[in-house]
Design a binder for this molecule. Structure first.
Ligand code: BGC
Length: 531
């Protein structure tokens, strides 16, 4: 663990007088920037990197932070590859200044990060606010603004105080809605004078499946044929969890709009896991299966938030297993969003299971009677990556944006995550990891696809690379590296990969919004003085 650097003076010095932290060694690679150019995107477009608290912070017992669900889970032997934990992670808790400097040097003008719920509220609403946790995020926000980097804050990205699981079963209970709104309110109060872009919850659709259908994320609930867990019901629980998360989101948005928006002037959305689904064959059944897959993944989240109820196709297949919104709830949830957030990594082929033979689980309504594969006639949909399910399919980004544009007209979109991890077979030598030409190509090609979608009318406002740096990749521990920056697992030293250099060259190493208003800077300085 490193030493703490909180005082104002060292903060100021580090931000402005530390050329050794910037990426001066970056070579400008003219050739590579030619295909897709910064000028293919509007001037005010946001380019950023994304991270989440548990994946990078470490400092897990420091300065009053409480235990989270992921702290407890990662300490259970066998749950995470190599029994890795986020105890230290990237030690961002102590190195955030360096990390801000590195994003600045790449020319990024935005940064999406999440707040560790148990650092702010170690026991949820059943305990006190941890002021030292608040100070930590104040310092990050102020540091970003001083560097002209717009903070995009995810209020909840997978980790919450374990207390809430122990008391009432967290997201399986409607009480969690209250806890989330309580937490969100504190975030708006403490950070909303400077944070103008909020994302309530990350990937409610993915969490529900991983934690309550497959049982591989905490609290590890599942039932056969999906998995063997000590408790759970894979057919029902994911639906209840998403229902509670949707209402928690909607209530937090309502609170923001009523009590904070006028004074703070920010906007608020949510980020869903948004992969693309193409039919496996030209057969009508597979085409319908691909539509169903999009409905069971994307519309499951965005139909209620935008139109006030679940898609009718889900209701038809799931019947009463799918929870219902009361009329009051429908009014709260309908329209509870300013922009759509999409985390997009890959595209799947989709096969119909209503009329043909599939694996056992695909016949359950919760799975929408479709099955996905990456192979058609033995040929993969794209090049493999380090995440077994993900393949490189750049056209998928354009396709998913087109789908969203048609289903939800007039809604602006942020690509809140898009990123690449190399297949394990690509080697562990540091030189190989640093020379990440495949990641460079991934981003070039996905950005080309994004630009095309925007030329065709997709209202996309920003693009966030997952991730700023290699980090704790959930159940894969540190074996999968998504970062633009290489992190040495022992020394925690950060080193820019070729992809970081490519971004610097692409972005001109020159942030669009160098400094915000002087009042924000003044606020920033005050809060740093107070720290
Ligand atoms: C999550 C990240 C994760 C990334 C890569 C997204 O589903 O939001 O936390 O690290 O995918 O797997």
């Amino acid at each position: 663990m490193g030493t703490k650097i909180h005082p104002y003076f060292s903060f100021f010095l580090l931000l402005f007088l530390s050329p050794h932290l910037s990426l001066q060694s970056f070579a400008q690679n003219e050739d590579e920037a030619e295909e897709i150019k910064r000028s293919d995107f509007p001037d005010h477009f946001f380019f950023g990197t994304a991270t989440s608290s548990y994946q990078i912070e470490g400092g897990y017992v420091e300065d009053g932070r409480g235990m989270s669900n992921w702290d407890v889970f990662s300490h259970i032997p066998g749950k995470i590859k190599n029994d890795d934990t986020g105890d230290v992670a990237d030690d961002h808790y102590h190195r955030f200044l360096e990390d801000i400097e590195l994003m600045h040097s790449m020319g990024m003008n935005a940064y999406r990060f999440s707040i560790s719920w148990s650092r702010i509220l170690p026991k949820g609403r059943f305990g006190k606010v941890n002021r030292r946790g608040v100070t930590f995020y104040n310092n990050i926000i102020d540091g970003l603004l001083l560097k002209g980097i717009e903070p995009f804050v995810t209020i909840h990205h997978h980790d919450f105080p374990i207390e809430l699981d122990q008391r009432y079963g967290s997201w399986m209970s409607s009480q969690m809605q209250e806890d989330f709104v309580f937490f969100a309110k504190i975030c708006f109060e403490e950070f909303g004078d400077r944070v103008k872009y909020w994302i309530t919850i990350n990937e409610i659709n993915l969490v529900a499946i991983k934690a309550y259908l497959e049982g591989v994320y905490p609290p590890a609930h599942c039932s056969p044929p999906f998995g063997k867990c000590s408790t759970g019901n894979s057919d029902i629980e994911p639906l209840i969890v998403v229902h509670n998360m949707l209402l928690a989101h909607a209530k937090a948005v309502r609170l923001y709009r009523i009590h904070f928006h006028e004074k703070q002037g920010g906007s608020i959305g949510i980020a869903a896991c948004g992969h693309m689904y193409e039919p496996l064959t030209d057969h009508e059944f597979d085409k319908k299966a691909a539509d169903r897959a999009l409905i069971f993944n994307i519309a499951w989240v965005y139909d209620p938030i935008i139109y006030g109820d679940y898609p009718k196709e889900m209701r038809e297949l799931l019947g009463n297993q799918l929870p219902s919104f009361s009329n009051i709830e429908k009014n709260i949830i309908r329209g509870s969003l300013d922009y759509i957030g999409i985390n997009h990594y890959t595209t799947f082929y989709t096969k119909d299971c209503l009329h043909s033979t599939c694996s056992q689980g695909s016949y359950r309504p919760i799975k929408g009677f479709f099955e996905t594969t990456a192979y058609r006639d033995g040929v993969s949909i794209g090049d493999p990556t380090g995440e077994a399910r993900f393949f490189v399919v750049p056209r998928g980004l354009e396709e998913i944006i087109n789908y969203i544009k048609e289903r939800y007209p007039n809604k602006s979109i942020f690509i809140t995550e898009n990123g690449y991890s190399p297949p394990q077979g690509d080697g562990n030598k540091v030189e190989d990891i640093l020379n990440d030409t495949k990641r460079v190509n991934y981003h070039k090609n996905y950005l080309t696809s994004l630009a095309k979608a925007m030329r065709n009318g997709g209202d996309v406002r920003g693009y966030f690379v997952w991730s700023l740096m290699d980090n704790f990749e959930w159940i894969d521990g540190y074996t999968t590296r998504f970062g633009l920056l290489y992190v040495d697992l022992h020394t925690l030293e950060r080193r820019p990969k070729l992809s970081a250099q490519w971004f610097r060259s692409f972005l001109g190493g020159n942030p669009q919004r160098l400094v915000k208003s002087s009042s924000l800077i003044t606020n920033a300085s005050h809060s740093l003085m107070d720290a």
